[in-house]
Design a binder for this molecule. Structure first.
Ligand code: PAF
Length: 288
């Protein structure tokens, strides 16, 4: 695997791969890689793509300076993991390479609708930062396919809409959430958990499963959500949101709606970590 730090070097290697007739598969990350990221690389490799990963902790998508500051930077370990997964090229730019005119002067991409509410509501500006950096990375790498984990369900929806609205010739490939044996969704933020909190953390996924089983049992939506919030609090979480949404636009399901493609999402604080998770299911029924 070759690591490059500049856009010029990146373009040179991608151009060579294209000249050899390769399709380009792209896995954007912020590093501190876990098995979930490697699964994205595996998908790109399985699609026979020249596989480019990026590692860039994007300041534009952090609305909290201390969160940005403490975000783990583990480039050497990440390089080893990407190399072992047979990644072809790693692009690891610094902030000046990505934002040479400063962040305040950077043109922004805003994706309306789907980026409002949920994580967009709790983290103002977050999805503008994501959409902006992903647009820049797409323009730099010019991939045929780009791979994103479904754990960040709203992020995937934002990127899909952006690609569609802006006619970007890129196929977005969502990849199922990678989980630990106890159900906890793999996340770089799990590293912030103490051993005690780590033991509690799978309760987030169990809470989503509880909501699903209550909806399947025709429990009123408001009651299922109230139970979920209660359950999270009893476990020691501070819930940010629990929501039941239509999967295609991530807009809230209302009682009386008939749903098909449903996503149940939650975000909650546990100690120093803000964890998110979701369950995406086909559920052909009326929600009470
Ligand atoms: O999901 C992430 O790691 C980031 O939001 C992304 C897509 C790499 C953009 O910085």
């Amino acid at each position: 695997m070759i690591t490059v730090h500049t856009i010029e070097e990146l373009r040179q290697h991608v151009r060579q791969a294209r000249e050899q007739g390769r399709r380009i598969g792209f896995v954007p990350t912020m590093g501190n890689l876990h098995d979930g990221h490697i699964r994205l690389v595996d998908h790109a490799k399985a699609d026979d793509c020249f596989t480019v990963a990026s590692i860039f902790v994007n300041p534009l998508q952090f609305n909290d300076a201390s969160d940005l500051e403490r975000y783990p930077r583990t480039l050497t370990a990440d390089q080893k993991r990407l190399e072992a997964a047979a990644t072809d090229l790693l692009f690891a730019p610094d902030v000046d390479e990505m934002y040479p005119h400063g962040q305040a002067q950077q043109s922004r991409v805003h994706v309306p609708g789907v980026s409002a509410g949920l994580c967009g509501g709790s983290r103002p500006g977050h999805f503008d930062g994501v959409a902006t950096v992903v647009t820049k990375l797409f323009n730099m790498v010019q991939p045929d396919r780009a791979y994103f984990g479904e754990k960040d369900f709203q992020q995937v929806a934002v990127i899909r809409k952006m690609v569609d609205d802006l006619n970007m010739p890129i196929t977005i490939v969502p990849v199922a959430t990678a989980r630990a044996d106890d159900g906890l969704a793999l996340s770089s933020r799990n590293g912030y958990l103490s051993p005690e909190e780590r033991a509690i953390a799978p309760g987030l996924y169990r809470t989503l499963q509880h909501v699903l089983s209550r909806l399947q049992a025709h429990t009123p939506l408001a009651q299922a959500l109230a139970e979920a919030n209660e359950q999270l609090q009893q476990l020691g979480f501070i819930p940010d949101y629990v929501a039941v949404c239509h999967a295609h636009n991530v807009q809230s399901v209302q009682s009386g709606d008939t749903v098909k493609d449903l996503v149940i999402l939650a975000a909650a604080h546990l100690g120093n970590a803000r964890l998110i998770d979701n369950i995406h299911v086909t559920l052909n029924q009326r929600i009470e």
